[in-house]
Design a protein around this ligand. Structure first.
Ligand SMILES: [Zn+2]
Ligand SMILES: [Zn+2]
Ligand SMILES: [Zn+2]
Length: 326
């Protein structure tokens, strides 16, 4: 595996063949007897039978023993695929989707995500730690057993860089966080809000890229997902996420979920050094959910411009009308 940078868009691309090309492994690699043979990175609870377990990804994109040195190839830049790639097995139950979890079970997964992000950020070589979940074959889900993935990379993914630079610019002009402004404006208008639990909001973003795209945000400012504000109640976030996923179950067979948190600032050097100064004030963690509908025609990108035939205001209205408790 190697990571190359496109000199024009500055995005990093992981290139190379994955090793395990065989058919989906039988039996399921995340079932109790098998997962326990893997080295455990984190197990919850610490004693007794596990409820959530983090193991190394069986076929990782990034490896801890990789080489971080950047190599120039003429005008091009590349580096080894140094990083970490972990799987969070979200439940010992083979057939239970996250939408079927109790609020407490979802909260546990949120806690494990936060714990892994915080731990991986202790390594100053890692510039960014990503948490994501692909559910359903259309989302490229590799195993049906409920799981999510964590990657730590020595670069910041391009979309995060875009978000960081916009947030930074907004802050310099207005001295306000752009995400806090989004929540306030949408709160006032109401029409894109899908659901609220305590101070957590689920909304369809103004320029939704796909039908039923949703962002989950806390209305109080905080740039770090892994470090909740002392007064915040993650059970509420779990309850909100559960209701959103149960609504999605009725509409979309698959989705991508990503947690966007601030990059790692332990190493002050590098490509983003300029953004660090106001990062704590201008960036705001959030969760993005991108559903994938079977009917491809409803959403497709034409030459890299998203086309979405469903207005977020209509999407939010439809989502609100669905019963999240059945
Ligand atoms: Zn399984
Ligand atoms: Zn904010
Ligand atoms: Zn984001």
């Amino acid at each position: 595996m190697e990571i190359r940078r496109d000199p024009i868009t500055q995005s990093w691309v992981v290139l190379g063949q994955r090793e395990n090309l065989d058919e989906p492994s039988e039996p399921c690699p995340f079932d109790t007897g098998i997962v326990e043979k893997q080295p455990s990175i984190l197990s919850w609870p610490a004693e007794g039978p596990w409820q959530v377990r983090v193991i190394p990804h069986p076929d990782p994109l990034y490896r801890i023993e990789g080489d971080s040195a950047r190599l120039a190839e003429g005008m091009y830049d590349k580096m080894g695929a140094l990083g970490a790639h972990e799987v969070v097995v979200e439940t010992p139950a083979h057939n239970k989707r996250m939408s079927q979890f109790s609020d407490e079970e979802i909260e546990r997964v949120l806690w494990v995500w936060a714990a892994r992000v915080a731990d991986l950020k202790k390594d100053s070589r890692f510039k960014y730690v990503a948490v994501f979940k692909n559910q359903g074959a259309l989302a490229g889900d590799e195993w049906s057993h409920a799981h999510s993935q964590i990657t730590a990379t020595i670069f910041v993914p391009r979309r995060i860089k875009y978000e960081l630079s916009s947030a930074n610019e907004w802050f310099h002009e207005r001295e306000r966080c752009i995400f806090c402004d989004v929540v306030r404006q949408d709160e006032k208008q109401g029409k894109r809000i899908v659901d609220v639990q305590g101070e957590y909001y689920a909304l369809c973003p103004y320029a939704s890229r796909v039908p039923y795209e949703m962002w989950l945000m806390h209305r109080k400012h905080n740039h770090l997902f892994e470090q909740p504000r002392p007064e915040s109640n993650r059970r509420q976030l779990a309850a909100l996420l559960g209701r959103i996923l149960r609504r999605l179950d009725k509409l979309a067979p698959a989705f991508h979920l990503v947690v966007h948190t601030a990059p790692n600032t332990r190493s002050k050097k590098g490509e983003l050094a300029g953004y660090w100064k106001t990062l704590a004030e201008d960036f705001h963690w959030h969760i993005e959910i991108l559903p994938i509908l079977e009917k491809r025609s409803k959403s497709y990108s034409i030459k890299e411009v998203y086309f979405n035939s469903l207005l977020p205001e209509q999407a939010a209205e439809q989502l609100r009308a669905l019963d999240p408790n059945s």
